[in-house]
Design a protein around this ligand. Structure first.
Ligand SMILES: Nc1nc2c(ncn2[C@@H]2O[C@H](COP(=O)(O)OP(=O)(O)OP(=O)(O)O)[C@@H](O)[C@H]2O)c(=O)[nH]1
Ligand SMILES: [Mg+2]
Length: 206
């Protein structure tokens, strides 16, 4: 197992809690009064898995319609895509279909995708059942997770599961390549600096 470089893109309608999930995972914080994301924000962190330190980049995209063309630029080089909806807003679940169309047009078919129902703490306002969301996810060959950025429920498990999955896939692909050409040195990824950090990204500037 080699250190890997994993790029995750977080998408979904506005206000479903994408930024809140990323903040909860990277900084273990939550705010009730976050502004809407403009374009795309970029975070980086390290993850220990299989005895190695892997670099994980998180691209937190804007859900507002006016940023859609900008956001699409970021799908191409993703190792994985997290599709987030709000468990209390049925429309945001319905729109996952449209997000999938946009994503599938722009990514490699082998890119990992996971479906995430967020705001699981708001149990009384739930508008999408666990079973319905899980069945939909299964029909599209995605894993399904429920999270609450507010209470932190399921957040670490979500990010660690998708990275673990991707790193394992990279390792298998690396081994296959190694068998095909034993003289080639396999590089699964590159290390990058630093503990949790944040900066803004420009369109297609990655
Ligand atoms: N109760 C509850 N509220 C949440 C949760 N996650 C996010 N919120 C709230 O939902 C609102 C929207 O959250 P954001 O994280 O800004 O949503 P977003 O998906 O990043 O929105 P855009 O940046 O516009 O795409 C904020 O008021 C958050 O405090 C959650 O798990 N539970
Ligand atoms: Mg946001």
């Amino acid at each position: 197992m080699q250190p890997a470089f994993v790029k995750l893109v977080v998408v979904g309608d506005t206000n479903v809690g994408k930024t809140s999930l990323v903040n909860r995972y990277v900084e273990d914080t939550f705010s009730d009064s976050l502004g809407n994301t403009v374009g795309v924000d970029f975070f980086a962190c390290k993850m220990q898995l299989f005895g190695q330190t892997h670099t994980v980049q998180l691209w937190d995209t804007a859900g507002q319609e006016r940023f859609k063309s900008v956001v699409k630029c970021y799908f191409k080089s993703a190792s994985g895509v997290l599709l987030i909806f709000d468990l209390t807003a049925r429309e945001s679940f319905k729109h996952i279909e449209t997000w999938l169309l946009d994503i599938d047009e722009n990514i490699n078919p082998s890119t990992a995708k996971v479906l995430v129902g967020n705001k699981a703490d708001l149990t009384e306002n739930r508008a999408v059942s666990y079973e319905e969301a899980r069945e939909f996810a299964e029909s599209r060959k995605m894993m399904y997770f429920e999270t609450s950025a507010k209470s932190a429920l399921g957040v670490d498990v979500l990010f660690e599961s998708i990275v673990k999955n991707i790193v394992e896939e990279m390792n298998v692909a690396g081994q296959d390549q190694s068998r095909d050409n034993s003289n080639t040195q396999i590089r699964l990824g590159r290390a990058s600096s630093g503990a949790p950090s944040k900066s803004s990204g420009g369109c297609c500037n990655f």
